[in-house]
Structures are given as structure tokens and as C-alpha cells.
Design a protein around this ligand. Structure first.
Ligand SMILES: *Cc1c(COP(=O)(O)O)cnc(C)c1O
Length: 399
């Protein structure tokens, strides 16, 4: 038995690696520099080019690129008129922004529980949470695993609800030959550096609805339009513009758009690299009784953002915290995704109770996120596997 680094043994690695890392190359740098030398730092051609390419890439009719993924979610809720008295069903196994966007609009997040195989929002739980007040469902492709699109679509059609997909983790994924971005009524993306492609910050919204797209465009820029044909009052001249709703400045800069565009050109490559690493991990971990692996949704070809392991405490003598700390000491820094949203004091103060989503709560206690990013070398992947096996052997009930 190897002595764990946390107890003074030799760590698996000398230098630390993390659960995620952005991938920036010369082309990315040049794309940004080119914009910096151009006349337009914002509201220029790169934003339009990126929107066009994201439409091509996702198969969606319309795309709006915005300042970040949270702004994308906020605009999605605004565009369908979420307001006080409306309920929106959402998973708690996500980043807080997936539910915060509902609150921004005065609506009420209603948390549905997750499925213990895919860790995504459970279709059965959604059905139980629908009320007269339900307006929409925000389904999150947790780790890149695509939600049960067809079933959710059916529920939405039956109950006249809008299907919003938070695809912050899943750009590049495919569900039954259709790309993420063209599956739901509205899909949102994030280009934060931990995500699959990045602009430093950035977000996008895709939809096939012209009406929703136009609302999003309006809300993105202060609620002000410069387009003659959409004026409410008569134009007073060339300078004329009109604020029609209370909007925001959720624009992105052109140099960020250029970076995202350059990264988008490598998405297929990133997807392939990520899939190769996952294949190696799955082979290494699938027959270990101390671990349970996340299952993919049927008929999907996901582009995975995170790799999570579920610790099986029937066969381990440690806690998740002990496992986490021991792993960090081996110089492989894990993370935990996610603390159920309603555990946060802010949500507790709104009256959400522990026990609301038992599956999500149970899963939260046992999940750990291990490194997954395209530039991870085979040697590093093997270090991760070595580390996990070392910890499992040490903490095994039979050990
Ligand atoms: C990252 C993320 C967001 C928010 O995106 P930002 O660009 O950081 O605002 C929303 N939802 C999920 C699931 C995310 O992972």
C-alpha cells in the first residue's frame, strides 16, 4: 500500500494540475490583436461573424452573443416575459446563475430533483412540480451530458411551457443527429475560461423564434432600437433612436468575440481530445466498486466539459472531504460541482428547505470533479488514474 501524500508520502505528481484549464494558442492571440488594431473594439463585425458561425455550428436560426452566460440566461427569461407570479422549473445541480435568472425577473424558481444515472433534471420530478403558474423549464446539461430532450419537449408541449436549455457545459454536443443549440426553444451558452471554449467572459443565446430573438436583441442594448421599421413613434431624422423597454448593456466586445470565434474553429478538436481522455478514465474506473460513473443520455454524442466521479461510500472508509483533501495533497486539485443551489443562505432566506431534492442532495455528498481539458497529457491522465486508485486502495473497506 502506497503512503498517501497527505500523511507524508510521496505525492503522485510534483506539480499541481487542476480540474480545468483554458487552451489558448497563437491563432487566438493573433485574432484578438487584429481586433485591437482595428477601428471597432465593440459593436463591430466580429460579433456578427460569431453569431453567424454559432448558427452554422448549432443549426439554430438566430443567435445573439452577449457579455456572459448569466446575461444569456437573464435575457432568455426576459424574452419570454417571466415575471412576478410565474414559476420556472430548474435543477439544483448547477451553477447558481441557472436559477438566479428567474429571480432577476421576479419569477419563482421551483427546483425539480435529478436522475441518479445522468445527474440531470428528472423528467418524473418535472411532472410533479408543474402547476398553473409554471411558465418554463430550465434544463441544464450538467457536465455536458445532454438532458432528456424529447421527454422535456413533450412535457412542454402538453403544458404550454417554454423549454430553455442551459448549455453552458455542452456546446458541440449532439442529440439524435441534432446539435445542442437547436434542441430547445431557447439555448444559452457561456464562454467563461473554465468552459469548453472561451472569450475570457462571454455568452450566447440561440433560438429558432424570430420573436424571441428580436426581444433578446432589444434587451441586450438598453431596450433601445435604431431600426426604422420597428419604431413606435415617427423617426425625427437620421439620429433618431428609441428606447422601448427597460433593457441592459449585455454586449460583448469585438476582441472577445474574435477569441471565441478562433476557439470555435477548434471545437471539434477539443471535443475529440476530451472524448479520448474520458475513454481512458472510463476504462480505468468502470470496474472499481468504490466508484460510480455518470451515465450518458441515450442517443447522444456529447461534448463533455467536466468529468465527475461518484464516491461509493459502501466501499470507502473516508468522507468526501478526506478524499478531496488527500487528492489535492497528491497535487491533483479536484473540485466539487455543485452545491445544490437552494443550500445557499440566500435561497434558504427565501424559504427553500433542505430535503427538497433528495437525489441531488445525496449526489452532492459523493461527487468529485477530476481534471479534464484538451491539453492534459497522457502522463497527466495516468497520474490522475494512479492518484484515484491509490486513494481508493487506501480507503477501501477491505484495505
Ligand atoms: C458557467 C455557467 C453559467 C454562467 O455563465 P457565466 O458566463 O459565468 O455567467 C450558467 N450556468 C451554468 C451551468 C454554468 O456552468
Amino acid at each position: 500500500m502506497e503512503k498517501l501524500a497527505i500523511f507524508g508520502g510521496k505525492p503522485v505528481r510534483e506539480t499541481k494540475i487542476y480540474y480545468g484549464q483554458q487552451n489558448i494558442n497563437e491563432d487566438d492571440v493573433n485574432a484578438v490583436v487584429e481586433v485591437l488594431k482595428s477601428p471597432y473594439l465593440t459593436q463591430g463585425p466580429k460579433v456578427i461573424e460569431l453569431e453567424y458561425e454559432l448558427c452554422l455550428n448549432t443549426g439554430a436560426k438566430y443567435c445573439s452573443v452577449v457579455s456572459n452566460g448569466t446575461a444569456a440566461l437573464h435575457l432568455a427569461c426576459l424574452s419570454i416575459g417571466v415575471k412576478e407570479g410565474d414559476e420556472v422549473i430548474v435543477t439544483p445541480m448547477t451553477f447558481a446563475a441557472s436559477a438566479n435568472c428567474i429571480l432577476y425577473c421576479g419569477g419563482t424558481p421551483v427546483f425539480a430533483d435529478i436522475d441518479l444515472n445522468t445527474y440531470n433534471i428528472s423528467v418524473d420530478s418535472i411532472r410533479k412540480k408543474i402547476s398553473e403558474k409554471t411558465k418554463a423549464i430550465i434544463a441544464v446539461d450538467f457536465t455536458g451530458t445532454i438532458v432528456e430532450v424529447e421527454e422535456i419537449r413533450k412535457i412542454c408541449d402538453e403544458n404550454n411551457l417554454i423549454f430553455i436549455e442551459d448549455a453552458s457545459h455542452s456546446l458541440g454536443g449532439i442529440y439524435k443527429e441534432k446539435k445542442v443549440g437547436s434542441l430547445a426553444d431557447i439555448t444559452t451558452f457561456s464562454f467563461h475560461p473554465v468552459k469548453t471554449i472561451t472569450g475570457g467572459e462571454g455568452g450566447a443565446i440561440t433560438t429558432n423564434s424570430k420573436e424571441i430573438h428580436e426581444k433578446i436583441s432589444l434587451y441586450r442594448t438598453h431596450g433601445i432600437t435604431k431600426e426604422n421599421q420597428s419604431f413606435i413613434n415617427c423617426s425625427e431624422g437620421e439620429w433618431y433612436q428609441e428606447q422601448q423597454v427597460l433593457g441592459y448593456n449585455y454586449r460583448i466586445t469585438d476582441f472577445q468575440a474574435a477569441l471565441i470565434l478562433s476557439q470555435l474553429h477548434r471545437l471539434d478538436h477539443f471535443k475529440k481530445k476530451r472524448a479520448e481522455i474520458i475513454e481512458i478514465y472510463n476504462t480505468a474506473f468502470s470496474n472499481m466498486k468504490e466508484l460510480t460513473l455518470q451515465k450518458e443520455t441515450n442517443n447522444t454524442d456529447p461534448c463533455k466539459h467536466l468529468y465527475v466521479l461518484q464516491l461509493n461510500f459502501d466501499y470507502l472508509t473516508c468522507t468526501r472531504k478526506q478524499f478531496f483533501d488527500a487528492m489535492a495533497a497528491e497535487n491533483i486539485q479536484p473540485q466539487v460541482h455543485y452545491i445544490p443551489t437552494y443550500y445557499f443562505p440566500y435561497y434558504q432566506n427565501l424559504g427553500y428547505q433542505y430535503g427538497l431534492c433528495p437525489n441531488a442532495e445525496k449526489l452532492y455528498l459523493s461527487l468529485i470533479t477530476i481534471p479534464l481539458y484538451p491539453s492534459l497529457t497522457l502522463e497527466e491522465v495516468n497520474d490522475v488514474i494512479h492518484c484515484i486508485k491509490k486513494l481508493c486502495a487506501y480507503y477501501s473497506v477491505n484495505g
